[in-house]
Design a protein around this ligand. Structure first.
Ligand SMILES: NC(=O)c1ccc[n+]([C@@H]2O[C@H](COP(=O)([O-])OP(=O)(O)OC[C@H]3O[C@@H](n4cnc5c(N)ncnc54)[C@H](O)[C@@H]3O)[C@@H](O)[C@H]2O)c1
Length: 275
Protein backbone atom coordinates (compact mmCIF):
# COMPACT_ATOMS: atom_id res chain seq x y z
CA UNK A 1 0.00 0.00 0.00
CA UNK A 2 1.46 3.35 -1.07
CA UNK A 3 0.88 6.51 0.96
CA UNK A 4 -0.97 9.14 -1.09
CA UNK A 5 -2.94 12.31 -0.36
CA UNK A 6 -5.98 10.03 0.20
CA UNK A 7 -4.28 7.96 2.92
CA UNK A 8 -5.42 8.23 6.53
CA UNK A 9 -3.00 6.81 9.11
CA UNK A 10 -3.36 6.41 12.86
CA UNK A 11 -0.20 6.09 14.96
CA UNK A 12 -0.13 5.12 18.63
CA UNK A 13 2.82 6.34 20.65
CA UNK A 14 3.01 9.01 17.95
CA UNK A 15 4.14 11.95 20.05
CA UNK A 16 7.79 10.86 20.07
CA UNK A 17 10.50 8.77 18.48
CA UNK A 18 9.62 6.20 15.82
CA UNK A 19 5.90 7.09 15.97
CA UNK A 20 6.63 10.75 15.32
CA UNK A 21 9.02 9.71 12.52
CA UNK A 22 6.21 7.65 10.95
CA UNK A 23 3.80 10.59 11.26
CA UNK A 24 6.36 12.87 9.59
CA UNK A 25 6.89 10.39 6.75
CA UNK A 26 3.12 10.13 6.16
CA UNK A 27 2.40 13.89 6.12
CA UNK A 28 5.45 14.47 3.91
CA UNK A 29 3.86 12.04 1.41
CA UNK A 30 0.57 14.01 1.60
CA UNK A 31 -1.39 11.71 3.92
CA UNK A 32 -3.47 12.61 6.97
CA UNK A 33 -2.45 11.35 10.40
CA UNK A 34 -4.13 10.84 13.74
CA UNK A 35 -1.28 11.05 16.24
CA UNK A 36 -2.16 9.34 19.49
CA UNK A 37 -0.25 9.03 22.74
CA UNK A 38 -0.84 8.41 26.44
CA UNK A 39 1.17 11.60 27.20
CA UNK A 40 -1.45 14.23 26.46
CA UNK A 41 1.01 17.03 27.21
CA UNK A 42 3.38 15.78 24.47
CA UNK A 43 0.78 16.01 21.70
CA UNK A 44 0.78 19.82 21.07
CA UNK A 45 4.52 19.94 20.29
CA UNK A 46 4.21 16.90 18.01
CA UNK A 47 1.30 18.49 16.12
CA UNK A 48 3.13 21.81 15.84
CA UNK A 49 6.13 19.96 14.38
CA UNK A 50 4.00 18.00 11.90
CA UNK A 51 1.68 20.81 10.78
CA UNK A 52 4.35 23.53 10.79
CA UNK A 53 6.79 21.86 8.38
CA UNK A 54 5.03 22.88 5.14
CA UNK A 55 4.17 19.25 4.39
CA UNK A 56 1.23 18.52 2.09
CA UNK A 57 -0.51 16.32 4.69
CA UNK A 58 -1.95 17.25 8.08
CA UNK A 59 -2.11 15.80 11.56
CA UNK A 60 -4.57 15.84 14.44
CA UNK A 61 -4.01 14.52 17.98
CA UNK A 62 -6.08 12.19 20.17
CA UNK A 63 -4.99 11.02 23.62
CA UNK A 64 -5.31 7.26 24.19
CA UNK A 65 -3.75 4.66 26.48
CA UNK A 66 -3.35 1.57 24.29
CA UNK A 67 -3.59 -0.74 27.29
CA UNK A 68 -7.24 0.33 27.68
CA UNK A 69 -9.60 -1.26 25.12
CA UNK A 70 -12.13 1.58 25.57
CA UNK A 71 -9.48 4.22 24.77
CA UNK A 72 -8.52 2.45 21.54
CA UNK A 73 -12.18 2.03 20.55
CA UNK A 74 -12.65 5.77 21.14
CA UNK A 75 -9.53 6.45 19.05
CA UNK A 76 -11.06 4.48 16.16
CA UNK A 77 -14.33 6.43 16.50
CA UNK A 78 -12.45 9.76 16.53
CA UNK A 79 -10.48 8.73 13.43
CA UNK A 80 -13.63 7.76 11.53
CA UNK A 81 -15.40 10.97 12.63
CA UNK A 82 -12.47 13.14 11.53
CA UNK A 83 -11.61 11.46 8.22
CA UNK A 84 -14.33 8.93 7.40
CA UNK A 85 -11.80 6.15 6.75
CA UNK A 86 -8.53 4.63 7.96
CA UNK A 87 -5.88 3.02 5.76
CA UNK A 88 -2.73 2.52 7.81
CA UNK A 89 -2.90 1.48 11.47
CA UNK A 90 0.46 1.82 13.24
CA UNK A 91 0.41 0.04 16.60
CA UNK A 92 3.64 1.54 17.82
CA UNK A 93 3.28 2.66 21.47
CA UNK A 94 5.80 1.04 23.76
CA UNK A 95 8.01 1.03 26.81
CA UNK A 96 11.27 -0.59 27.74
CA UNK A 97 11.59 -2.90 30.76
CA UNK A 98 14.31 -2.78 33.47
CA UNK A 99 17.59 -4.61 32.82
CA UNK A 100 17.82 -7.74 35.01
CA UNK A 101 17.53 -11.53 34.60
CA UNK A 102 14.08 -13.02 33.91
CA UNK A 103 13.65 -14.45 37.40
CA UNK A 104 14.24 -11.05 39.03
CA UNK A 105 11.76 -9.12 36.86
CA UNK A 106 8.80 -7.93 38.96
CA UNK A 107 5.27 -9.22 38.25
CA UNK A 108 4.25 -5.55 37.78
CA UNK A 109 6.84 -5.22 34.98
CA UNK A 110 5.55 -8.32 33.17
CA UNK A 111 1.99 -7.10 33.60
CA UNK A 112 2.75 -3.59 32.29
CA UNK A 113 4.72 -4.83 29.28
CA UNK A 114 2.02 -7.35 28.34
CA UNK A 115 -0.76 -4.77 28.80
CA UNK A 116 0.97 -2.08 26.72
CA UNK A 117 2.94 -4.01 24.14
CA UNK A 118 0.81 -7.10 23.54
CA UNK A 119 -2.72 -6.07 24.56
CA UNK A 120 -2.09 -2.59 23.10
CA UNK A 121 -1.48 -4.13 19.68
CA UNK A 122 -4.43 -6.51 20.11
CA UNK A 123 -6.72 -3.59 21.00
CA UNK A 124 -5.49 -1.77 17.89
CA UNK A 125 -6.32 -4.80 15.75
CA UNK A 126 -9.76 -5.32 17.32
CA UNK A 127 -10.76 -1.63 17.07
CA UNK A 128 -9.41 -0.82 13.59
CA UNK A 129 -9.20 -3.97 11.45
CA UNK A 130 -13.00 -4.30 11.06
CA UNK A 131 -12.90 -0.87 9.35
CA UNK A 132 -10.13 -2.04 6.99
CA UNK A 133 -12.05 -5.22 6.18
CA UNK A 134 -15.27 -3.24 5.56
CA UNK A 135 -13.36 -0.90 3.19
CA UNK A 136 -11.72 -3.89 1.49
CA UNK A 137 -8.27 -2.30 1.79
CA UNK A 138 -5.72 -1.17 4.34
CA UNK A 139 -2.61 -2.20 6.23
CA UNK A 140 -1.52 -2.77 9.83
CA UNK A 141 2.05 -1.81 10.77
CA UNK A 142 3.02 -3.14 14.20
CA UNK A 143 6.23 -1.94 15.85
CA UNK A 144 8.17 -4.77 17.52
CA UNK A 145 11.97 -4.73 17.70
CA UNK A 146 15.05 -6.71 16.73
CA UNK A 147 14.33 -8.23 20.18
CA UNK A 148 11.28 -9.80 18.49
CA UNK A 149 13.57 -11.70 16.09
CA UNK A 150 16.37 -12.70 18.46
CA UNK A 151 16.71 -12.72 22.26
CA UNK A 152 17.97 -9.69 24.17
CA UNK A 153 19.47 -11.00 27.42
CA UNK A 154 18.56 -8.89 30.46
CA UNK A 155 15.32 -7.67 28.87
CA UNK A 156 13.08 -10.74 28.99
CA UNK A 157 9.73 -8.88 29.32
CA UNK A 158 10.73 -6.75 26.32
CA UNK A 159 11.93 -9.79 24.31
CA UNK A 160 8.84 -11.82 25.22
CA UNK A 161 6.36 -9.16 24.20
CA UNK A 162 8.24 -8.27 21.01
CA UNK A 163 8.27 -11.94 19.93
CA UNK A 164 4.52 -11.97 20.57
CA UNK A 165 4.06 -8.96 18.28
CA UNK A 166 6.06 -10.70 15.51
CA UNK A 167 3.94 -13.88 15.75
CA UNK A 168 0.72 -11.91 15.97
CA UNK A 169 1.58 -9.82 12.89
CA UNK A 170 2.62 -12.85 10.80
CA UNK A 171 -0.70 -14.54 11.67
CA UNK A 172 -2.73 -11.39 11.02
CA UNK A 173 -1.09 -10.95 7.62
CA UNK A 174 -2.13 -14.45 6.54
CA UNK A 175 -5.69 -13.87 7.78
CA UNK A 176 -5.98 -10.48 6.02
CA UNK A 177 -4.50 -11.68 2.73
CA UNK A 178 -6.98 -14.57 2.70
CA UNK A 179 -9.72 -11.91 2.46
CA UNK A 180 -8.08 -9.58 -0.08
CA UNK A 181 -4.71 -8.82 -1.62
CA UNK A 182 -5.41 -5.18 -0.72
CA UNK A 183 -5.18 -6.03 3.00
CA UNK A 184 -2.02 -6.97 4.92
CA UNK A 185 0.22 -6.53 7.92
CA UNK A 186 3.89 -5.70 8.47
CA UNK A 187 6.02 -5.95 11.59
CA UNK A 188 8.78 -3.39 12.16
CA UNK A 189 11.81 -4.85 13.98
CA UNK A 190 14.49 -2.17 14.16
CA UNK A 191 17.83 -2.30 15.91
CA UNK A 192 18.87 0.62 18.10
CA UNK A 193 17.05 3.87 17.25
CA UNK A 194 17.88 7.37 18.51
CA UNK A 195 14.70 8.08 20.56
CA UNK A 196 13.91 9.07 24.16
CA UNK A 197 12.46 5.58 24.88
CA UNK A 198 14.36 5.33 28.20
CA UNK A 199 13.37 8.82 29.38
CA UNK A 200 9.71 8.36 28.36
CA UNK A 201 9.59 4.90 29.98
CA UNK A 202 10.94 6.49 33.20
CA UNK A 203 8.35 9.31 33.01
CA UNK A 204 5.64 6.65 32.68
CA UNK A 205 7.03 4.69 35.64
CA UNK A 206 8.19 1.62 33.71
CA UNK A 207 11.88 1.96 34.69
CA UNK A 208 13.81 4.08 37.19
CA UNK A 209 15.03 7.44 35.92
CA UNK A 210 18.62 7.04 34.68
CA UNK A 211 21.13 8.71 37.00
CA UNK A 212 23.71 11.18 35.70
CA UNK A 213 23.65 13.38 32.59
CA UNK A 214 21.80 12.16 29.46
CA UNK A 215 23.91 9.80 27.33
CA UNK A 216 24.64 10.92 23.77
CA UNK A 217 23.82 7.64 21.96
CA UNK A 218 25.18 8.98 18.66
CA UNK A 219 28.69 9.30 20.09
CA UNK A 220 28.49 5.76 21.60
CA UNK A 221 26.88 4.11 18.58
CA UNK A 222 27.53 6.08 15.36
CA UNK A 223 25.50 3.44 13.45
CA UNK A 224 22.33 4.25 15.46
CA UNK A 225 19.30 4.89 13.23
CA UNK A 226 17.20 8.05 13.22
CA UNK A 227 13.43 7.65 13.69
CA UNK A 228 12.91 9.00 10.18
CA UNK A 229 15.25 6.40 8.63
CA UNK A 230 13.24 3.70 10.39
CA UNK A 231 9.92 5.25 9.32
CA UNK A 232 10.95 5.47 5.66
CA UNK A 233 12.14 1.84 5.70
CA UNK A 234 8.82 0.79 7.28
CA UNK A 235 6.70 2.63 4.71
CA UNK A 236 8.78 1.12 1.88
CA UNK A 237 8.06 -2.34 3.30
CA UNK A 238 4.34 -1.53 3.56
CA UNK A 239 4.36 -0.35 -0.07
CA UNK A 240 6.09 -3.58 -1.13
CA UNK A 241 3.71 -5.72 0.94
CA UNK A 242 6.57 -7.21 2.98
CA UNK A 243 5.66 -8.85 6.30
CA UNK A 244 8.96 -8.04 8.04
CA UNK A 245 11.17 -4.98 8.00
CA UNK A 246 14.25 -4.88 10.18
CA UNK A 247 16.42 -1.78 9.68
CA UNK A 248 19.69 -1.63 11.60
CA UNK A 249 23.27 -2.78 11.20
CA UNK A 250 23.35 -6.10 13.04
CA UNK A 251 19.68 -7.15 12.97
CA UNK A 252 19.94 -9.51 9.99
CA UNK A 253 22.97 -11.26 11.54
CA UNK A 254 21.17 -11.70 14.89
CA UNK A 255 18.05 -13.07 13.15
CA UNK A 256 20.23 -15.41 11.06
CA UNK A 257 21.97 -16.72 14.20
CA UNK A 258 18.59 -17.44 15.82
CA UNK A 259 17.21 -19.21 12.74
CA UNK A 260 20.43 -21.25 12.41
CA UNK A 261 20.24 -22.28 16.08
CA UNK A 262 16.53 -23.14 15.76
CA UNK A 263 17.03 -25.35 12.71
CA UNK A 264 20.17 -26.94 14.13
CA UNK A 265 18.19 -27.84 17.27
CA UNK A 266 15.11 -29.21 15.51
CA UNK A 267 16.48 -30.78 12.31
CA UNK A 268 20.14 -31.14 13.14
CA UNK A 269 21.54 -28.62 10.68
CA UNK A 270 21.40 -24.92 9.83
CA UNK A 271 20.65 -23.69 6.27
CA UNK A 272 24.30 -22.65 6.00
CA UNK A 273 25.34 -26.31 6.64
CA UNK A 274 23.39 -27.60 3.60
CA UNK A 275 25.58 -28.63 0.71
N1 LIG B 1 14.37 3.13 20.42
C1 LIG B 1 14.79 1.93 20.05
O1 LIG B 1 16.00 1.66 20.02
C2 LIG B 1 13.77 0.90 19.62
C3 LIG B 1 14.26 -0.21 18.90
C4 LIG B 1 13.35 -1.17 18.49
C5 LIG B 1 12.00 -1.03 18.78
N2 LIG B 1 11.55 0.05 19.49
C6 LIG B 1 10.11 0.12 19.77
O2 LIG B 1 9.58 1.22 19.08
C7 LIG B 1 8.38 1.66 19.73
C8 LIG B 1 8.44 3.17 19.88
O3 LIG B 1 9.47 3.49 20.78
P1 LIG B 1 10.46 4.71 20.62
O4 LIG B 1 11.84 4.19 20.66
O5 LIG B 1 10.03 5.57 19.49
O6 LIG B 1 10.24 5.44 22.04
P2 LIG B 1 9.48 6.77 22.44
O7 LIG B 1 9.45 6.78 23.91
O8 LIG B 1 10.11 7.93 21.75
O9 LIG B 1 8.00 6.56 21.85
C9 LIG B 1 7.08 5.70 22.48
C10 LIG B 1 5.79 6.48 22.72
O10 LIG B 1 4.82 5.54 23.23
C11 LIG B 1 4.06 6.25 24.21
N3 LIG B 1 3.39 5.29 25.10
C12 LIG B 1 3.93 4.54 26.08
N4 LIG B 1 2.97 3.82 26.70
C13 LIG B 1 1.81 4.12 26.07
C14 LIG B 1 0.47 3.68 26.23
N5 LIG B 1 0.11 2.82 27.20
N6 LIG B 1 -0.48 4.17 25.40
C15 LIG B 1 -0.15 5.08 24.43
N7 LIG B 1 1.10 5.54 24.24
C16 LIG B 1 2.07 5.06 25.05
C17 LIG B 1 5.07 7.13 24.92
O11 LIG B 1 4.45 8.19 25.61
C18 LIG B 1 5.96 7.59 23.77
O12 LIG B 1 5.54 8.83 23.24
C19 LIG B 1 8.31 0.91 21.06
O13 LIG B 1 7.36 -0.11 20.96
C20 LIG B 1 9.73 0.38 21.21
O14 LIG B 1 9.76 -0.79 21.97
C21 LIG B 1 12.41 1.02 19.89
Amino acid sequence: MNITSETVAVITGGASGIGLGLAEAVVDRGGSVVVSDIRHDALPAALEHLNGRGAPGRAIGVRADVSEAADVDALASSTMEAFGRVDLVCNNAGLVSPAMPAWEQEPATWDRMIRVKVMGVIHGIRSFVPHLVAQGSGHVLNTASSAGLAPLAGRSPYTTTMHAVVGLTETLDIELRAISGALGATVLCPGLVDTPLGANSATLGAISAPSGPPVDMRSLRPDILSPRQVADAALEAVAAGRVHVAPGGDVAERAQARVDLLLRDIIGRAPADRG
